[in-house]
Design a protein around this ligand. Structure first.
Ligand SMILES: Cc1cc2nc3c(=O)[nH]c(=O)nc-3n(C[C@H](O)[C@H](O)[C@H](O)COP(=O)(O)OP(=O)(O)OC[C@H]3O[C@@H](n4cnc5c(N)ncnc54)[C@H](O)[C@@H]3O)c2cc1C
Length: 592
């Protein structure tokens, strides 16, 4: 087992990780670990845009953006964080421009901006053009630009290296560490895919930037690798997860597949229609119609299907109509997603509407952080040296429902903040001692999977988990559906104990890593469902049919889920609550 030593170790080389690395590596000795080659990170799949109130095309300002973010998140957003994000958005876009990102331009050479759901002028008057974009490849351009800058800055990358354990100075699982005790991070343990060797990375600061967890669902826009590793690593160490019951279902996944068609399609004028050809969003959101926030559009679509106005032989999807747009406009602004429709559904978007249905897209919840990116272990105490940024984190700027284009923004603003904070912390900190035999837990985990003669297969268990989540914890939820899903997760966890893999080798054993990732998914799915059961209200992306109203009296608060030792010797999920930070905007009824 090799041991490395750095000031700052960043886990994840997506947008958040690399934006952090650009700051940290100029201030402190920094290493970036990534289970993927950096430019394969999911940020590269982002399509539609990154918002900032530049006001290049129409009047706009950051205060309107803050308000839209708070209202879009159904008032569960921490308003101090939303304000930071909306203000710093402008520099975040300009930073990328100065790094060379090829944004689309207006005729007079400014960064062009397009409309996106829930982004409005003057607190909801009309949709506003706030999303900066590079055709429908904005994330690809961001990821490539950041990677080039990291290469230029000689950032040390360890690619195809999986972080599998987080090392802390204290054991938090018993829940008995006093709030004023100084708990610190000491490093991470990682598995090198090429060799199968374990590496220990000692560090004064660690930044988790591991992205989302969409693979808890079957129908998802997320890449296969989005298994919530960073969330699960923190959670297994007794660090809470915040607001995990809030998962975003993006309205326009390709029907039956879940592959994403960006909201930019509607930003550019696309219209959703039901089997009667009706523009049904006019009924649900009369002011901004198809550009209502995602939770509302996804629910409206699911409702149309339930009420028998779905399209196709099984009446189980609706249509995204682009046929009234000029082909040249489609080619210029939406080249990739229209190609997806041709390739995967054999539909020609110039002349035929595209079958679409909601797809699991984004984790609003995650590892709780302050606005400096510091990871919280209670409502107020931080873990010294531990930071999180990007989709793995919950700041919380997205509350109960994220607005489109606010994530590419989030990763840049809070990636940068976490990079600076982690480097500054490391400059003043001592290197903490490692716990005794730091690699033992990971070795035991991998040996169990490799040595096991169990009969359970990873792919089978994963499929059953994903199907149970699609069936019981999707756009619509009830106590009954959630309890059924929770029971399935419980039995899958038992079966997981006898999971085995065919490949027993050391090198490039992706079988083995998928087994580990399945363990993460099972833990996280349980947190999602336990949180969803406890939240007896409907807010943003979490819609309980048995509690269809928002209930601010009981639930205007964040959920904090802790993994704790259970009396029977096992572990259990324990729920707590954290107040929402409200500065300017008192909760109002949410109408568009
Ligand atoms: C299809 C699609 C389109 C989207 N379009 C938009 C859009 O237009 N606008 C917008 O704002 N948002 C969009 N989003 C959301 C947004 O792209 C993501 O939320 C964001 O890019 C996440 O960035 P990240 O840096 O947090 O994580 P990622 O980019 O997912 O990177 C995660 C990194 O962590 C690494 N990693 C994970 N686990 C481990 C481990 N155990 N050990 C080591 N490394 C690990 C991976 O290798 C990877 O480098 C889209 C998402 C999808 C799926």
């Amino acid at each position: 087992m090799q041991t490395h030593q750095y000031d700052v170790v960043i886990v994840g080389a997506g947008g958040a990780g690399m934006r952090a690395a650009l700051e940290s590596s100029t201030r402190a000795r920094t290493a970036v670990l990534s289970k993927l080659y950096p430019t394969r990170s999911h940020t590269g799949a982002a399509q539609g845009g990154m918002c900032a109130a530049l006001g290049n095309v129409e009047e706009d300002n950051w205060e309107w953006h803050t308000f839209d973010t708070v209202k879009g998140g159904d008032y569960l957003v921490d308003q101090d964080a939303a304000e930071v994000m909306a203000k710093e958005a402008i520099d975040a876009v300009l930073d990328l421009e100065h790094m060379g990102l090829p944004f689309n331009r207006t005729p007079d050479g400014k960064i062009d901006q397009r409309r996106f759901g829930g982004h409005t002028r003057n607190h909801g008057e009309a949709a506003v053009r706030r999303a900066c974009y590079a055709a429908d490849r904005t994330g690809h351009m961001i990821l490539q630009t950041l990677y080039q800058q990291c290469v230029k800055q000689d950032v040390a990358f360890f690619n195809e290296v999986y972080a599998l354990d987080l090392l802390l100075t204290h054991d938090l699982m018993a829940g008995d560490v006093p709030a004023d005790e100084e708990v610190k991070v000491a490093g991470v343990v990682a598995h090198d895919l090429a060799t199968g060797e374990l590496h220990v990375f000692r560090a004064k600061s660690v930044i988790l930037a591991t992205g989302g967890a969409g693979k808890i669902y079957k129908t998802t826009s997320n890449a296969h690798t989005l298994t919530g590793d960073g969330m699960a690593l923190a959670y297994r160490k007794g660090i809470p997860l915040e607001d995990m019951e809030f998962f975003q279902f993006h309205p326009t996944g390709l029907a039956g597949l879940g592959i994403l068609l960006s909201e930019a399609a509607r930003g550019e004028g696309g219209i959703l229609r039901n089997s009667e050809g009706e523009r049904f969003m006019e009924r649900y959101a009369p002011t901004i119609k198809d550009l209502a926030p995602r939770d509302m559009v996804a629910r409206a679509m699911a409702n149309e299907v339930r009420e028998g106005r779905g399209c196709g032989p099984n009446k189980d999807y609706v249509l995204l109509d682009l046929t009234h747009l000029e082909p040249a406009h489609i080619d210029a602004k939406l080249p990739d997603i229209t190609e997806f429709a041709r390739t995967y559904l054999g539909v020609e978007p110039y002349t035929e509407p595209v079958p679409v249905y909601p797809t699991a897209h984004y984790a609003m919840g995650g590892v709780p952080t302050t606005i400096r990116g510091e990871v919280l272990r209670t409502n107020t105490a931080v873990v010294g040296g531990l930071y999180a940024a990007g989709e793995v984190a919950c700041v919380s700027v997205h509350g109960a429902n994220r607005l489109g284009t606010n994530s590419l923004l989030d990763i840049n603003v809070f990636g940068k903040r976490a990079g600076i904070a982690a480097a500054e912390y490391s400059a003043a900190a001592e290197l903490p001692e490692l716990p005794e035999s730091p690699g033992a837990a990971v070795t035991a985990l991998l040996d169990r999977v490799l040595g096991g003669d169990g009969t359970e297969k990873v792919a089978v268990l994963r499929r059953e988990l994903q199907e149970a989540m699609d069936a019981g914890a999707q756009v619509f939820r009830t106590a009954e559906s959630l309890e059924a899903t929770l029971a399935t997760i419980g039995s899958l966890k038992e079966r997981y104990a006898s999971v085995a893999v065919q490949d027993k080798g050391k090198q490039f054993n992706t079988d083995l890593l998928e087994a580990v990732e399945l363990g993460f998914l099972l833990d996280l799915a349980e947190v999602v469902v336990v949180g969803a059961l406890a939240r007896e209200e409907s807010r943003g992306g979490h819609f309980r049919e048995d509690f269809p109203a928002r209930d601010d009296a009981r639930f205007l608060q964040h959920t904090m889920a802790y993994l704790r030792q259970a009396p029977d010797g096992g572990t259990q999920v324990e729920l707590g609550a954290k107040p929402v930070t409200i500065t300017r905007y008192q909760p109002m009824e949410r109408k568009y």
